[in-house]
Design a protein around this ligand. Structure first.
Ligand code: PXG
Length: 288
């Protein structure tokens, strides 16, 4: 595999960063997770937009333009003959000194990895997930804003461990007010009386790209869509529930905190959204 690091392609075994990189020392940096389908990079522009927004929020100036990063991403896929897979784009604050002041980091590093994707096992897509809410709450807006896709994902990792300890694959995180925010690497949706509902971004959800696609597909299907604050009660009494994310795509949820959701099987609207999502990935995206 060829990895892109700061303008050069290097072999996997030589793809290394310094132990003084503040991305490693402090989680000081931002990232994106992108998918390629059928020789096309899905929603590439939207991912690069979000990368720049995350970088702006942490005052990290990316030493490449939007267009250059798009080109480098497509080129990394080409060099690796990747037609279907996962692209990890990472921008770190760069090499500095011990001490957290980023003013010693002169050159941010840009890393692009194009690899195969590890999906949830197929049976989860067919049967649906059983998930739980966990004690670790979503980050506060006035701390590290949860809209930033930063290299510091410890909060989400803690929530994921709590889910694993409960014997399930994913965790629902609430915000500090007790409203549903999202999962550790996915946004959450419910269907209630043909309305497609997802928590507002102000509840601490990531500005998910798959979330936006699901909302627009829902509108195409004639569903009403809204982004109200949701509580666990709303989830328990939903007709259907599913998660969205670049990695997971759209995955049904059939049980939450021991409560069966709807019929206990992936719902009809969820299944139609999944089909429409797959159809879209076939025909749209930046050609590799
Ligand atoms: N919430 C969080 C906290 C995320 O990190 C999403 C929602 C879904 O957003 P998108 O834009 O992908 O629809 C994410 C995205 C991984 C991985 O390696 C994580 C994500 C995406 C791809 C891979 O676990 N998170």
């Amino acid at each position: 595999m060829k990895i892109y690091i700061d303008g050069k392609f290097c072999d996997e075994k030589n793809a290394k960063v310094s132990v003084f990189d503040h991305g490693l020392l402090y989680g000081d940096g931002v990232f994106e997770g992108i998918r390629a389908y059928h020789g096309r990079v899905f929603k590439l522009k939207e991912h690069i937009d979000r990368l720049f927004y995350s970088a702006k929020a942490i005052l990290l100036s990316i030493p490449m333009s939007h267009a250059e990063i798009m080109k480098a991403t497509v080129e990394t896929c080409r060099r690796n003959k990747l037609r279907d897979g996962y692209i990890r784009l990472v921008v770190t604050r760069g090499v500095g000194t011990l001490g957290l002041n980023p003013n010693r980091c002169k050159n941010p590093s840009i890393i692009i990895i194009a690899d195969k994707i590890q999906l949830y096992p197929k049976e989860y897509y067919e049967r649906g997930l059983d998930i739980v809410t966990v004690p670790t709450t979503r980050n506060l807006h006035n701390a590290v804003n949860p809209a930033i896709k930063s290299l510091n994902y410890l909060n989400n990792i803690l929530a994921k461990i709590e889910a694993n300890n409960a014997g399930v694959e994913e965790a629902i995180m609430l915000n500090s007010e007790g409203y549903v925010s999202e999962c550790t690497g996915d946004n959450l949706f419910i269907v209630k009386d043909r309305q497609l509902l997802t928590p507002p971004l102000s509840a601490g959800a990531l500005y998910g790209i798959t979330r936006s696609v699901a909302l627009s597909l829902g509108r195409e299907m004639g569903l009403e869509t809204a982004e109200p604050n949701l509580t666990r009660y709303d989830l328990f009494n939903a007709d259907e529930c599913f998660l969205t994310g670049t990695g997971a795509e759209l995955i049904p949820v059939v049980k939450i905190d021991g409560r069966v959701i709807g019929s206990g099987k992936p719902g009809a609207i969820t299944r139609e959204l999944v089909e429409r999502y797959h159809a879209l990935t076939k025909v749209s995206g930046e050609l590799i």
